[in-house]
Each structure stands twice: as structure tokens, then as C-alpha cells.
Design a protein around this ligand. Structure first.
Ligand code: ZN
Length: 505
């Protein structure tokens, strides 16, 4: 009886996931190869497919089966006699089913339309540095987000509902308790660094032919263990990773001939996401559990590979000789040490996505502080540009002249994705904790990295984190892998050790 219900539920889940994968393929194509004249037609195709995917995912039979199996909103795991993995499956199914079905159809349709318009206006507003043009749309996005949180049962603390969407179990107060001391630790470290001389990094502005960048990125991806039979690398305006199936996880990057780092580190970052998506255990393959535990955990994987490993001395001790062969002219007078120092320059800047390891989380904390105030009513949309400037001044000591370099720089708010930004900083924190745990088990990790053998590291990450997918919740995952709860100390200690050596203080 229960077995039949479970089987039926798995069947419905499979069909719903297939539909959303089809939609993802259309989106991937839109970002990579779609001819410009086909944009409008593609928008219609996507709207139709997404409508079908939504119908499948909110099929009332899913609700009936969940109930039959004992899974309710307050007790999502269902019948205690079921195997552990099935109970986690029910928990994940119940969470998403509730979140989707609690939003009335009319609300979903009008929100989707407003989001499309808001994004289009944001593109224009950013280009023309015109916040006033975007403000009414941003106000509408805040309104929809508040309403959404209310429908989800967070009428009192709407921002909590939005945070929980991306980081299950997290809330505003816990984030504030982490980000307060994190911000203090980072600004004091930054203070010490800015007193020290900067390394010579002028060689970074030389020309790095894109063909050579492409083939170097290719070799790095292969070295990191990205299986080309199960994915591919293409170009897009903004780098991303997308899962089009259990054996089809693709990444994209962009290249700039005068900025080699932009393409290379994006590739390493996205490869980190892809290794996670490709690493789900066969027992959860294709199911609702074949997903990251949270956005913060996902980001820990990409940022761990990009920064902790990809910007380490060991990594470049191993990789620099082949980089020099790839760019013999531009790197003719550069040695490993100079290169290592140049990829780790710390300098407060205006743009989050270009920020270094030390200042990056401060950009995130600025956005978190503003979002809190937006949702508590302490701040109005019209106040954002000036609040942004004063936040930049106090956190990073720099101030944007234009709103395009300030409040208009990120796409997230234009899509109504409030509560998402904290994931990036959480990724840094989780990443440092995982890295400490990894090095306890693999004390010679740096030697493996230097030798260009990443298999020991990726096997460890696979076994401890990737294979579990969404069957484990973020807090439980950190506790079981690291033997401690989420904490800022490992990340701050990691930065302090690395940068006190680099900047000699
Ligand atoms: Zn990422």
C-alpha cells in the first residue's frame, strides 16, 4: 500500500523534473546559441513549458500521496516506518509542494509578468544610470516578495521567509549574529592590508589571446575532474552552471583578452558547482533529492575550488609552468611568486563580482543590511541609492559615483530574489569549515594540489557532501562533516593566515 503510494509519488516527481529540465535546456540555449531574432518566440516557448512544469509540480495527486504517506506541513518526514532516504524525499517534496501550491495562480502569473518587465527596465536603467526609472519596478518586486513570504506563512517576519527559500533553516537574526562579527573581522583585516604596499600586478593588463585562454581553461577543467562525457563548456554573457539531466551538467564562461582571470576563475568556480551536481549518489539520481542542500552549500563548493584551492600557492606552483607556456609573451618576465601575489591582490572596489576574497563578503553584508531594512520598513526604495553609498563608505571605505556602479549593479533584486545574497557569504564560511575538515583527513592536501592531482580532494568532497545531495539539511551537513556548527572563525583564520603572509604584517 505504502510502497504503491511511494512509487506513484516518485513517478510524478520524475515527470515534473523532466519538464523543468526541458525548460532549462531552452534557457541554456537562450543564453548561449539562440539567434537574436528568435528571442521573442523563445520567450513564448519558455512560458508554455514552464507553465506545464509548474502544473506537473503542483499536481494535486502529489498532495494526496504526501498525506497518504503521513507527510504534512508540520511533520514533513512522513511515516516513521519508511526508510530514511524515503523520509528525506518526502520532506523535500512536501517543502516544495507547499511553497508552490500556497501561491495563488493569479499571483504567480502577475508576479511573472512584473518580473519580466522589471528585469527589462533594470537593464535599461543600469545602462543609462537611471535609478528613478527602475524604482517603481523595484518597489513592485519588494511588494511581491512580501506577499510571497506571507503566503508561505511568514506574515510576521517576511524577510525570514525569503532567506529560508535559499537556505533552509536560516533566518535574519542568525545571519545578523554571524555577519556582525564577520564584518568586524574583515574590516580590521582589510585595515591592516591597506597599510601595506601592493604587489606589482601591471602585467595583468597585457593581452592574453582568447584562443589560448580557452585551451588553458579546458585543461584546468579536465585536471579538476570535470567529466566531458557528462557536460560541456560554452560561452555566455554571464557565467553559470545548469543541470539538464543527471548526466548533463553544463557550465559557461566569458573571456576578455585583457583580463585573463575573469574567464579562468569563472571556469574554476562553475566547475565547483558542476562537480556537486554530477556527484549525487545513484540512490537519489533523478529524484527530488538530486539537488544541492542549499544555495549556501552550493556556493561553498564553487568558492572552495575558485579561491581556497584555485588561488593557493600550491595550485600555482603546479599550474604556472603550463600557464607560462600558454602565454609566453604576456608572462615573459613573470614568475610563480609574482603571479600568486597578483591573483590575490586585496583592494576595496565598487563591484561585487570583481571583489577579492577579503572584501567580497563585505559587499554581501551591505546587501543584507539593506534588505533587512527594506523588509522591516526602516528603509524606502527611494532611499536605497544614498544608503548604498554610505554603506560602501563604512564597510569598504570607497564610494560609487554612479548608481550603475552601486545599487543597480546586480540582477537579483530586479528578479525579486531578495534573501539570496547571503548565500554567497555563507558559501565562504561553509567552504572554510569544509576545507579544515578535509585537511584533517587529507593532511597532505596541498601536495596533491601542487602535483596537479585533484582526485583525492574531489573524492573527499564527493563522499562527504556531493553524494548526499538534498537528503541532508545544511546545518546537519556542517555538523556531521566538521563536528561543529556554522561559524565565522575558520574563514577569518584562513584569511588572516593567508594574507598576513602575503602582505607581511
Ligand atoms: Zn556560484
Amino acid at each position: 500500500m505504502e510502497t504503491d503510494a511511494l512509487k506513484e509519488l516518485h513517478g510524478l516527481d520524475l515527470v515534473a523534473r523532466r519538464m523543468s529540465r526541458v525548460s532549462a535546456i531552452l534557457q541554456w540555449d537562450q543564453e548561449t546559441y539562440l539567434p537574436p531574432a528568435a528571442v521573442e518566440e523563445r520567450a513564448d516557448q519558455l512560458a508554455d513549458i514552464e507553465g506545464i512544469a509548474h502544473e506537473r509540480a503542483t499536481d494535486p495527486r502529489i498532495g494526496h500521496l504526501l498525506e497518504k504517506l503521513g507527510s504534512t506541513t508540520s511533520f514533513p518526514f512522513g511515516d516513521e516506518s519508511l526508510p530514511r532516504l524515503e523520509r528525506d524525499f518526502l520532506r523535500a517534496m512536501r517543502r516544495d509542494y507547499d511553497r508552490r501550491t500556497k501561491l495563488p495562480h493569479d499571483f504567480v502569473v502577475s508576479k511573472a509578468r512584473a518580473e519580466g518587465l522589471s528585469q527589462a527596465v533594470w537593464v535599461t536603467a543600469r545602462k543609462s544610470n537611471d535609478f528613478a526609472l527602475f524604482a517603481p519596478h523595484l518597489r513592485a518586486m519588494v511588494g511581491y516578495a512580501k506577499k510571497r513570504a506571507e503566503y508561505w506563512g511568514f506574515a510576521e517576519r517576511q524577510y525570514d521567509g525569503l532567506i529560508d527559500e535559499y537556505e533552509p533553516g536560516m533566518n535574519e537574526n542568525r545571519l545578523a549574529a554571524l555577519f556582525g562579527p564577520l564584518s568586524f573581522g574583515l574590516t580590521s583585516l582589510l585595515g591592516k592590508i591597506t597599510l601595506r604596499p601592493q604587489p606589482d600586478s601591471a602585467f595583468l593588463l597585457r593581452t592574453y589571446p582568447i584562443v589560448a585562454q580557452e585551451s588553458f581553461c579546458d585543461s584546468v577543467m579536465n585536471a579538476l575532474g570535470y567529466d566531458r562525457r557528462r557536460g560541456r563548456l560554452d560561452r555566455s554573457a554571464h557565467p553559470f552552471t545548469t543541470s539538464l539531466g543527471s548526466d548533463d551538467v553544463r557550465i559557461t564562461t566569458r573571456y576578455d583578452s585583457t583580463n585573463m582571470f575573469s574567464g579562468l576563475f569563472s571556469v574554476i568556480h562553475e566547475t565547483g558547482h558542476a562537480l556537486y551536481e554530477l556527484g549525487f549518489d545513484s540512490s537519489i539520481r533523478g529524484t527530488h533529492l538530486a539537488d544541492g542542500a542549499s544555495m549556501g552549500i552550493h556556493e561553498s563548493q564553487s568558492r572552495l575550488w575558485e579561491n581556497v584551492i584555485g588561488r593557493s600557492r600550491a595550485f600555482w606552483n603546479g599550474m604556472f609552468p603550463s600557464l607560462k607556456i600558454a602565454f609566453p609573451d604576456s608572462l615573459r618576465d613573470v614568475d610563480t611568486e609574482l603571479f600568486y601575489r597578483a591573483v590575490n591582490v586585496v583592494k576595496p572596489s565598487l563591484i561585487r563580482v570583481e571583489a577579492d576574497e577579503v572584501t567580497y563578503s563585505l559587499h554581501v553584508i551591505l546587501r543584507f543590511n539593506l534588505e533587512r531594512k527594506l523588509f522591516s520598513g526602516e528603509l524606502d526604495v527611494d532611499d536605497l541609492p544614498s544608503a548604498w553609498r554610505s554603506g560602501m563608505r563604512s564597510l569598504l571605505g570607497v564610494e560609487n559615483e554612479t548608481d550603475a556602479d552601486g545599487v543597480l549593479q546586480d540582477v537579483h533584486w530586479s528578479m525579486g530574489a531578495f534573501g539570496y545574497f547571503p548565500s554567497y557569504a555563507l558559501g565562504n564560511l561553509y567552504g572554510a569549515q569544509f576545507w579544515n575538515a578535509l585537511r584533517l583527513d587529507v593532511p597532505d592536501a596541498a601536495e596533491h594540489v601542487e602535483a596537479g592531482d585533484f582526485s583525492v580532494l574531489s573524492s573527499w568532497l564527493h563522499e562527504k557532501i556531493h553524494c548526499l545531495g538534498r537528503s541532508v539539511q545544511p546545518e546537519d551537513l556542517v555538523r556531521s562533516v566538521c563536528g561543529e556548527s556554522l561559524s565565522i572563525s575558520p574563514f577569518l583564520d584562513y584569511l588572516e593566515a593567508k594574507y598576513s603572509e602575503l602582505y607581511d604584517f
